[in-house]
Design a protein around this ligand. Structure first.
Ligand code: 5GP
Length: 221
């Protein structure tokens, strides 16, 4: 039998993909999660869409033009990319690696196309889908957001339908009926994941240790 050593613990962090249709409270949930759970870091994406009021370059996104995005794509800088409402978005391979190699968990707040690509590239990535309580609530949330035009709302609703369907393939689904409950549920998923065998197996070695084994005279070979 293989004896597990304390250093067997996988010290790399995990990748958590969080996706949701627009209006499901994904951004709010992610922000609350980062504040509440230690050792989490949000991966900042690059996008070709224009900066909205209040957004900061390098914080919300890296805002780049089509040419720069194309160059980054050609240089294989992206772990995944997607087009959302005609704009391009991409997750930096290096940024995610910088997070997980430090033992921190990376949060990727990306759409379902990106979620599928990340899962294909990194099968152990954990995908969490945030769902609205029902269709009417989603519609009301989208309609109530003053910053979006009617055309934009209609487009988002159509996209939401497709996205919700795709979220059915995710590992975990959280219904955002009550914000606090939803944040807590996402927190449980992250914390439970940190207890998985690969990240904690070293405990077996620490408890049994070589000395303990000699003392008990066990030899399971
Ligand atoms: P927004 O423009 O409203 O910030 O984002 C539009 C959609 O693009 C959201 O669903 C958001 O999660 C998604 N998104 C943001 N960054 C990325 C990314 O790097 N990759 C992918 N695939 N989607 C992204």
């Amino acid at each position: 039998m293989r004896i597990y050593e304390p250093e067997d613990d996988v010290t790399r962090g995990d990748i958590f993909v969080i996706s949701a249709p627009s209006g499901s409270g994904k951004t709010t949930i992610c922000r609350a999660l980062i504040e509440r759970v230690e050792g989490l870091s949000l991966s900042v994406s690059s996008t070709t869409r224009e900066k909205k009021p209040g957004e900061k370059d390098g914080v919300d996104y890296y805002f780049v033009d089509e040419e720069k995005f194309g160059n980054m794509l050609n240089s294989n800088e992206f772990l995944e990319t997607a087009s959302v409402y005609g704009r391009r978005y991409g997750t930096s391979r290096r940024a995610v690696e910088a997070i997980v190699s430090k033992g921190l968990d990376a949060i990727l707040e990306i759409d379902v196309q990106g979620g599928a690509s990340v899962k294909a590239a990194v099968p152990e990535a954990v995908r969490i889908g945030i769902l609205p309580p029902d269709w009417e609530t989603l519609r009301a949330r989208l309609t109530g957001r003053a910053r979006d035009s009617r055309k934009e709302i209609a487009r988002r609703l159509a996209a939401a339908r497709r996205e919700i369907k795709e979220l059915g393939n995710y590992d975990y689904l959280v219904v955002n009926d009550d914000l606090e409950t939803a944040v807590r549920q996402v927190e449980w998923i992250v914390r439970a994941r940190r207890l998985r065998r690969e990240r904690t197996i070293g405990a077996v070695g620490r408890i049994l240790g070589k000395e303990g084994e000699k003392r008990d005279g066990s030899s399971n070979g």
